[in-house]
Design a protein around this ligand. Structure first.
Ligand code: ATR
Length: 298
C-alpha cells in the first residue's frame, strides 16, 4: 500500500466511526477505483455537515455494470459517482438525464431515487480553470482523449469561448466523433488528430492549453501520453490525472518551462456539485483541501 493510501485510510478511520442502521450509501463505480480520493472527500463533508452517509468505492467490470446499477438501486443507495470506463456505457440504465449529461452523452453522477444521471465534470473543469485564473477565451486548445471526460472538458471550453479545439486520440474515429459533437452541438471549430507526434507538433505550437483527458499517467508505473519534444513553454498543461500528483506529462511540461496543473481541483469541484445533488448541502472546498494536502505530500 502506498503512503498516499495509508494517509487517506488513517483519515477515513477517524471519520467513519458513526455508522448505524440508518447510514445511507454513496459510492464510486469504475475500473480501476483503487487510489481514488473521492471516498476521502465525501466522507469528510458528510461528517462535517452531520449527515448520515458513508461513501465507498466499488470496482465494477464492464460486464457487471447493469447488475451493479440495478443492485445499488434495489438496496436504496442514494447516489454514485461514475468513472472510467463507465461514463458513457451507463446511460442506457438510467431513466432521466440532466441537459448536460444528455448533450455530452456521459454521466459522472447518479441519483438513484429517480435513476437520474448528471455530469458535474463540466462545472468542475470550469471552476478549476477559474481557480487557477486561466483565461482561454479566443485561444486554441488541444485535448488528449475522446471519452466522457474529454467531452465534458470540450463543453466547458466551448462555453468559455475558445477559438478551436484539437482532439487527439489513440482511436482516431472517436476523436472524429467528439469533433462532430463540438461542431454540431457546442458551436465551436474542432479538428481530430491521430496520436502522431509529427501531426501534434504542427498544431500544438498554436495552442495555449493542453488537457490530458486520458487515463495515461495514472498508477504506480505511469507513462506520458505525449513525447516531451512536442511541448513548449507558452503552453499550459493540465493533466486531469491526480494520482500521482506529478505525472510524467507534468514533469516534462515543467522541464520545458510550461505552466502545469493536475486534476485535484477538478476532482474537488466536481465532487462539490455531486454532493449537492445527493444531499442538498453545498460543501466548501477548504475542509477537504487540508486532508488532500496530507495525502498528496505523503
Ligand atoms: P472517461 O469516460 O473517463 O473519459 P474513457 O471513456 O474510458 O474514460 O476514455 C479514456 C480515454 O483514454 C480514451 O480516449 C482512450 O483512448 P481510446 O479511445 O483509444 O481507447 C484513452 N486511453 C486509455 N488508455 C490509453 C493508452 N494506453 N494510450 C492512449 N490513450 C489511452
Amino acid at each position: 500500500m502506498s503512503t498516499w493510501e495509508t494517509a487517506g485510510d488513517n483519515i477515513l478511520q477517524n471519520i467513519c466511526q458513526n455508522i448505524s442502521a440508518s447510514t445511507r450509501l454513496l459510492c464510486l463505480i469504475g475500473d480501476p477505483v483503487k487510489g481514488s480520493l473521492s471516498p476521502l472527500i465525501h466522507n469528510i463533508w458528510a461528517k462535517e455537515h452531520g449527515l448520515e452517509f458513508v461513501y465507498l468505492a466499488f470496482n465494477v467490470k464492464d460486464a457487471e455494470l447493469p447488475d451493479a446499477i440495478k443492485g445499488l438501486s434495489a438496496i436504496g443507495a442514494v447516489g454514485a459517482n461514475v468513472t472510467a470506463p463507465h461514463k458513457e456505457s451507463v446511460l442506457p440504465y438510467l431513466q432521466h438525464l440532466s441537459s448536460e449529461a444528455e448533450l455530452i452523452g456521459a454521466v459522472n453522477t447518479i441519483k438513484f431515487d429517480a435513476l437520474s444521471g448528471y455530469n458535474t465534470d463540466v462545472e468542475g473543469f470550469f471552476l478549476s480553470l477559474k481557480e487557477k485564473g486561466l483565461c482561454v477565451k479566443g485561444e486554441q486548445v488541444m485535448l488528449l482523449g475522446a471519452g466522457g471526460a474529454s467531452k465534458a472538458v470540450a463543453l466547458a471550453l466551448s462555453r468559455m469561448d475558445v477559438r478551436k479545439i484539437h482532439v487527439v486520440n489513440r482511436t482516431f474515429e472517436k476523436a472524429e466523433r467528439v469533433c462532430r459533437l463540438i461542431k454540431e452541438k457546442f458551436g465551436k471549430d474542432a479538428e481530430a488528430l491521430p496520436l502522431s507526434a509529427v501531426r501534434i507538433k504542427s498544431k500544438i505550437k498554436d495552442c495555449a492549453l493542453l488537457v490530458n483527458c486520458t487515463t495515461v499517467g495514472m498508477g504506480s508505473s505511469p507513462s506520458s501520453p505525449l513525447p516531451e519534444e512536442v511541448l513548449h513553454k507558452d503552453l499550459f498543461v493540465y493533466d486531469l490525472v491526480y494520482n500521482p500528483p506529478k505525472t510524467p506529462l507534468l514533469q516534462a511540461a515543467e522541464r520545458v518551462g510550461a505552466g502545469t496543473m493536475n486534476g485535484l481541483w477538478m476532482l474537488i469541484y466536481q465532487a462539490m456539485e455531486s454532493f449537492h445533488i445527493w444531499t442538498g448541502t453545498r460543501p466548501s472546498p477548504s475542509s477537504v483541501q487540508k486532508a488532500l494536502r496530507v495525502c498528496t505530500k505523503s
